[in-house]
Ligand binder design. Structure first.
Ligand SMILES: O=P(O)(O)OC[C@H]1O[C@H](O)[C@H](O)[C@@H](O)[C@@H]1O
Length: 449
């Protein structure tokens, strides 16, 4: 290497990713740890003033996966001090009956315009009229900030504008739910500060180089179900950052070693807060370095909006008729096995309630056991539209997307002031993503559960 990439990244050299990169306004993550030290005391005393035992986080993508990682960590280390319920779904069957008697809500959205977060806020605001039970985390000047101020939320956290969603775990987006869950923020951040940056930058360069030479798959081994959220967080930062311009890393999170296809390998430990802090910071560095090796801009997400736009048009009444191959559940294994040519990967995209997650990943594991020759990934939708959605539309044209949709999303749950209901919204999201993926040359099939 003619120059030291780690040093250049850490010094915030925004020319690394080319002249058109959005990096000049996206490198705030590099110094979030130092910034956070400044408001730690305030954050700690504020968190102690929260009386509720349940915190409901309404957010998508970067605003949901960081909180999931922190809460799962506190659960598996028996250090959780509150229950954190992250709702990053529009399937009403997963949250319509949630007990919110003793709950405070965090509406978390950098842009303050994400449809899922807004719909969820409107729904829960309809069930909890006290604005003091609501907290907002958002960029200054966002529509969410204006609304939260007007309605009198108990607190509005202002987030740094130069940090993108998937790089925001050490900003208020991760740390506010994290401290409420019981994470030792001081330990987490001081460990992150000691990350061996050279090691992770080298990892990123290797992942990029492997993809350049025809091995885009990255096996992410996370060893037990209670670490799944770390697998998902890692999947998001790699997929959404690198999956563009027909290139990219294709992360394949799973519990234990599998498959005979060629991959890069990543083992996620995160058994203690030190390893967790270093993994979270290190993977941001690795992602920035992988972007450099791949010759793409790791800080933009040019194709995420494509599905959102088609969804918006479907909801507005425009007729789209995606022609999708229909599958039955018991045909999926042979469907994949018949098509598992070298180089392809398969994604189960489940428009199912939050409670379906264990079943979905167990299903994926069974398929992966039966078919070793192709990577198989899974994600709950619409959550994954904000993590692997960019890769599915902008990355290599080797995806076979299998949508798992429901014909009936249960009793109608209307969204106040949005002129639609959750069942209609989630169906429109499935159609929007199917059409967007097809338009980008990916194969899409669908089954109904
Ligand atoms: O935080 P928000 O503005 O609501 O955005 C939520 C998510 O939206 C999009 O999908 C972006 O690609 C993600 O990076 C982001 O985390």
């Amino acid at each position: 290497m003619a120059f030291d990439l780690a040093t250049r990244i850490l010094e915030g050299d925004n020319t690394i990713w080319g002249p058109n990169s959005v990096a000049p306004n996206r490198l705030g993550w590099i110094h979030l740890i130092e910034r956070t030290q400044e408001f730690l005391d305030d954050l700690r005393s504020w968190s102690e003033s929260i009386d509720q035992s349940k915190i409901v986080v309404l957010g998508m993508g970067g605003s949901s996966l960081g909180p999931r990682v922190f809460y799962d960590f506190t659960k598996r280390t028996n250090s959780a001090i509150r229950e954190i319920v992250v709702i990053d779904s529009t399937d009403p069957r997963g949250f319509a009956d949630l007990d919110i008697t003793d709950a405070a809500f965090i509406v978390s959205s950098k842009s303050g315009t994400t449809v899922e977060s807004e719909a969820l806020f409107r729904f829960f605001r309809g069930r909890q009229s006290n604005p003091k039970r609501f907290i907002a985390i958002t960029d200054p000047g966002s529509p969410l900030e204006a609304m939260a101020t007007e309605l009198g939320f108990s607190r509005v956290f202002s987030t740094p504008q130069n940090v993108g969603g998937r790089f925001s775990v050490f900003s208020e987006f991760g740390l506010v739910p994290g401290i409420l869950a019981g994470i030792d923020i001081v330990e987490l951040l001081s460990a992150a500060q000691k990350t061996d940056s050279g090691k992770y930058v080298e990892l990123g360069e290797t992942l990029g180089a492997n993809a350049n030479s025809g091995i885009p798959f990255v096996s992410i081994e996370y060893e037990s179900d209670n670490k799944r959220s770390i697998g998902m967080w890692t999947e998001q930062i790699l997929a959404e950052s690198t999956g563009k311009e027909d290139k990219g890393l294709v992360p394949v999170p799973h519990r234990s070693k599998e498959g005979t296809y060629p991959t890069s390998n990543l083992i996620v430990e995160c058994s203690n807060v030190q390893e967790l802090g270093q993994h979270l910071y290190g993977m941001q560095l690795a992602t920035a370095a992988a972007g450099y090796s791949l010759g793409i801009d790791p800080f933009n997400e040019p194709d995420v909006g494509v599905s959102k736009e088609i969804t918006r048009r479907v909801l507005a009444g425009e007729k789209f008729n995606p022609t999708l191959e229909d599958l039955e559940r018991d045909q999926v294994e042979s469907y994949i096995s018949d098509r598992s040519d070298e180089g392809k990967y398969f994604a189960l995209s489940a428009y199912q309630p939050l409670g379906f997650e264990d079943e979905l990943y167990a299903w994926r594991d069974d398929l992966a056991k039966a078919i070793a020759t192709s990577p198989i990934t899974a994600g709950l939708a619409p959550r994954h539209l904000h993590s692997t959605g960019q890769l599915h539309k902008g990355g290599p044209k080797t995806l076979e997307l299998i949508q798992v949709v429901s014909k009936d999303y249960g009793p109608k749950v209307t969204i106040p002031d949005m002129d639609t209901d959750f069942g209609t919204l989630i169906r429109a999201q499935a159609d929007g993503d199917a059409i967007a993926c097809q338009n980008r040359g990916q194969k899409v099939s669908r089954l109904y559960l």
